[in-house]
Design a protein around this ligand. Structure first.
Ligand SMILES: C[S@@+](CC[C@H](N)C(=O)[O-])C[C@H]1O[C@@H](n2cnc3c(N)ncnc32)[C@H](O)[C@@H]1O
Length: 263
């Protein structure tokens, strides 16, 4: 049943999605009328309702992907859901894993890592900017509906990875989303457990070259490059007898580079 403070997603007849938080006496209005929140509170999720202008709306609880795309407060570019899926698989994030994530930015990826590692894992999510950590904290608290102090599997850390002292052979997995990760390869190697996996997200091919070239030239006995990946996802639509790809797609987000620590 839907209740006050739940976040819901309303899908109109054209498939457009609107996300809002249910509040007693609140009103959701859009170009095709209004819905009183009180009408939704107490209804089952997945229900169909009609706006004041008779527009049909499906009311759902947002998936984490929908939360990230339509609700998450952004302080900058986030890792897009199609890439998150690949990161979780390629970096082999498992239940109980001890993960270091830098820069965590708005926390879009952190939300997924927390879910994947579960209560027995530990995520240290770090960023050099305090304002970004505040945004990540707000998003994580809103999505998981509990204050950050109550998370036993999360530490949000203010640090500059270029200056930071990380513990030796401590993390099972490392995820890096900063502009110049080739500057911190030594630190990543030091803090990863033997055969541990690190995954880098980089938007441009020159960055991919700089990173992999440095590994090839200076880390050949310390780091094995497992793969360089790009993920394309094309959505399709069906309307009556027309079944075809959508006109628009997110053509480029970034590249994923996956490495293993060797001794
Ligand atoms: C593109 S954002 C990360 C977005 C994040 N992955 C998400 O999904 O929301 C890159 C972040 O890296 C942080 N950053 C850049 N250099 C850093 C460094 N040397 N140490 C720690 N964080 C750094 C920036 O402050 C910024 O917040």
């Amino acid at each position: 049943m839907l209740k006050e403070n739940d976040i819901v997603i309303a899908v109109d007849t054209k498939g457009k999605k609107y996300v809002f938080e249910l509040k007693k006496d609140g009103i959701f209005s859009f170009h095709k009328g209004k819905i009183l929140h009180n009408e939704l509170i107490g209804k089952p999720d997945g229900c169909i309702v009609y706006s004041s202008m008779s527009e049909k709306l499906i009311i759902l609880r947002p998936t984490l992907m929908e939360y990230n795309l339509y609700r998450l407060k952004r302080g900058g570019q986030i890792i897009y859901p199609k890439d998150v899926g690949q990161i979780l698989v390629l970096a082999d994030i498992f239940s109980g894993a001890n993960v270091f994530e830098c820069g965590c930015g708005s926390g879009a990826l952190s939300l997924y890592i927390l879910r994947a590692i579960g209560e027995d894992g530990k995520l240290v999510a770090a960023d050099v900017r305090e304002d970004m950590l505040k945004i990540a904290k707000k998003n994580i608290e809103e999505y998981y509906k509990k204050p950050i102090e109550e998370f036993k599997n999360l530490e949000l850390k203010l640090l500059d990875l270029k200056q930071a002292q990380l513990p030796s052979e401590y993390f099972d997995r490392v995820i890096i989303d900063i502009n110049d990760p080739w500057e911190v390869l030594e630190k990543i190697h030091y803090t990863l457990k033997p055969s541990g996996v690190a995954c880098f997200w980089l938007p441009t091919v020159l960055q991919v070259f700089n990173l992999t070239d440095k590994i090839e030239k200076e880390f050949q006995d310390k780091i094995f490059i497992q793969g360089i990946y790009e993920t394309l996802q094309r959505e399709w639509r069906k309307k009556e007898i027309s079944l075809r790809p959508k006109d628009r797609m997110v053509a480029h987000t970034g590249f994923l580079i996956v490495i293993r620590k060797i001794l």
